[in-house]
Design a protein around this ligand. Structure first.
Ligand code: PLP
Length: 361
């Protein structure tokens, strides 16, 4: 068998493998000195204020701690937001999801008893978002619209004019639009603009320490939105986790006290991630493998060969024969694509693409 003696190369999860900010080591190492009480639901007050200051400075709008919700990862922030927006036991509450989508969105809607309304984009124009289509899809039953930029798995960044229109649409239709911006740090063409720049009370943005600081296991994410909405979310969180893990929050609080260092760190990892993006793009092109050009994020969406009827069978065979694991596109609404995580080492990317290319010859 071709795979014999080969080590499995994993590209399934989108977990960045960069060194986290060095200062964190110091803060986390000193944690044993504290006796940790519960922190307040919604997050440590000073951490929330520092996050508010950081994003106020970045996007020119004034936020304060009441606008910030800290959760156990972006995942908890999204789950709690949707729990707040979808009324328990009520039928037919719609959530608009743009496809391709991150696999968790439809699952959360199912768990909460909502109705998924998918807006399919086209790979012919790199999954460009049509804001008019979103507007037409919004009905009286729409509870929220989920937008993801930089996109996982699409790798696309929604340009500022569309972000502005979406923020305006949210206000006009009085619907909360959730902007999942957890990949804010990965912007290879200088295109990313957060919806916070066009903030109004119907805009809610989510971010994550997993993606920005390679701290997936620390489980911290944060959301910024309207104060009243954040208050409702805090009431729900206080019955789930009370507050995310205190050690992570207090270390991040220290990190956010030095915004300049954060900016420098984010610039440095964007540079590293861009090198990996460029490497993957070059190698896929050289091997004549079709993919969607990636502007941001850490996932590349790659077309499977025509000889396979779906991505599940492709991914299965790839693992079996070449010992490479990727995520089949079915998870993201596209059965003729697979997703590959690019925040891996250049050595792994080189070897992984070499093995993948064997199927396209
Ligand atoms: N949003 C998107 C698009 C993601 O890809 C992920 C993680 O893969 C998350 C949110 C949540 O990440 P976390 O819960 O680790 O912050």
């Amino acid at each position: 068998m071709a795979a014999q003696g080969k080590k499995v190369l994993g590209f399934t999860l989108t977990s960045p493998e960069f060194e986290p900010p060095a200062q964190l080591k110091k803060y986390a190492a000193s944690a044993y000195k504290y006796s940790f009480p519960y922190l307040p639901a919604g997050g440590d007050f000073q951490l929330r204020q520092r996050i508010a200051d950081f994003y106020s400075r970045s996007w020119g709008k004034k936020f304060n701690q009441d606008n910030v919700f800290v959760g156990a990862g972006g995942k908890e922030v999204i789950f709690v937001l949707l729990s707040t927006l979808l009324e328990q036991g009520k039928q037919g509450q719609e959530v608009i999801i743009v496809s391709p989508y991150w696999a968790t969105y439809p699952k959360v809607v199912d768990i909460l008893g909502g109705k998924k309304v998918f807006i399919r984009t086209s790979d012919k124009n790199n999954f460009a978002l049509d804001v008019d289509k979103i507007e037409k899809a919004i009905t009286k039953k729409t509870k929220t619209v989920i937008i993801n930029t930089p996109g996982n798995p699409s790798g696309q960044i929604i340009p500022e004019d569309k972000i502005r229109k979406l923020a305006f649409l949210a206000k006009k239709k009085d619907v909360i639009i959730l902007f999942d911006e957890v990949y804010e740090a990965y912007d290879y063409e200088g295109l990313f603009v957060s919806a916070l720049k066009h903030f109004n009370k119907n805009v809610f943005c989510v971010f994550s320490a997993s993606k920005s600081f390679s701290l997936c296991g620390w489980r911290v994410g944060w959301g910024i939105g309207d104060k009243e909405l954040v208050k409702k979310m805090i009431n729900i969180q206080s019955e789930i986790t009370t507050s995310p893990n205190a050690i992570s929050q207090l270390a991040l609080k220290e990190l956010f006290s030095k915004p300049k260092q954060i900016q420098e760190y984010l610039v440095s990892i964007n540079k590293k991630a861009k090198m990996r993006r460029n490497l993957a793009v070059r190698l896929f092109k050289k091997n004549k493998v079709d993919f969607v050009y990636i502007q941001g994020g850490i996932a590349i969406f790659v077309k499977i060969p025509d000889s396979f009827k779906n991505a599940f069978s492709f991914a299965e065979k790839l693992l079996e024969e070449q010992k490479v694991s990727v995520a089949p596109g079915e998870f993201f609404g596209w059965k003729n694509y697979f997703r590959m995580n690019l925040a891996s080492s250049p050595k792994n990317i080189r070897e992984g693409i070499k093995r993948i290319a064997n199927y396209y010859k």
